[in-house]
Ligand binder design. Sequence first.
Ligand SMILES: C[S@@+](CC[C@H](N)C(=O)[O-])C[C@H]1O[C@@H](n2cnc3c(N)ncnc32)[C@H](O)[C@@H]1O
Length: 263
Amino acid sequence: MTISRKDVADHFSLRAPTYDRSSSWCTDTKLGELLLALARPGRQDRVLDVACGTGLVSRLFTGRVAELVGVDLTEEMAEQAVPHLDRLVVTGAEHLPFEDSTFDIVVCRQGVQFMDLPAAVEEMVRVVRPGGRVVLVNLCAYDERDREEYFEILRLRNPVRRHFFLPSDLEELLRKAGCDQTETRSYVSVENVDVWSDNGAIEEDRREAIREVYRNASSDFRSLHAVREADGRFTDHMLFVLAAGSKPPTARTSSEESHDASV
Ligand SMILES: C[S@@+](CC[C@H](N)C(=O)[O-])C[C@H]1O[C@@H](n2cnc3c(N)ncnc32)[C@H](O)[C@@H]1O
């Protein structure tokens, strides 16, 4: 089944009213601090938050930078980000309406999994200035051993998710889009699966199917995710990967290279 942008926006418009409470990671200050440590914002910086959603990541930059711009596909999510932004553009990340090298920092948390790849990451690198930073943050499987079961859980919880990642994938996306000095950090978020699956956009049968995957989980999965069960309820230690890279001073983005090749 092909997932359209409308499918994605419809899903997140249902989730918009309760999004900020839908996972403990949403407002986890330690995860936020790690993101900031990789982004390294300065007072004069212009920052772009791609897939800004309700502005939870944008808020981390409030008072720390000169300008904060958000981009998101879903109006009902993005309108909540408006008070935290200097400017909001409701559009897809695959064609960012900004000149090359407009920003010092581009961040995208839990966004690339819904986007055309590598196009969206190439756009992020295009609009950041040479020497600027791009930071991607996403839930990932730990490794091959939990990959299949975890991806199934993620798919059930969010049917419009298009990409599923292993820890090295995000850094690889940045490198292929032209970044160097790439680095990766990880962060484990402890989630109550019943709270996490109650996102306002999926039916009870999907939530039950998620519980069923946990009930039948392999010992590798249980051990990697440190799954805890009490009264039929599960707790999962979910892995976030934060990958950052710099655009080299003389960077040529892959879109520039393909443009040269086509003229
Ligand atoms: C899981 S939320 C993440 C929101 C925010 N970054 C955060 O960390 O809380 C995913 C967001 O990505 C947006 N999104 C999905 N596909 C997109 C695309 N192609 N371009 C722009 N935004 C997109 C959705 O509308 C949604 O608001």
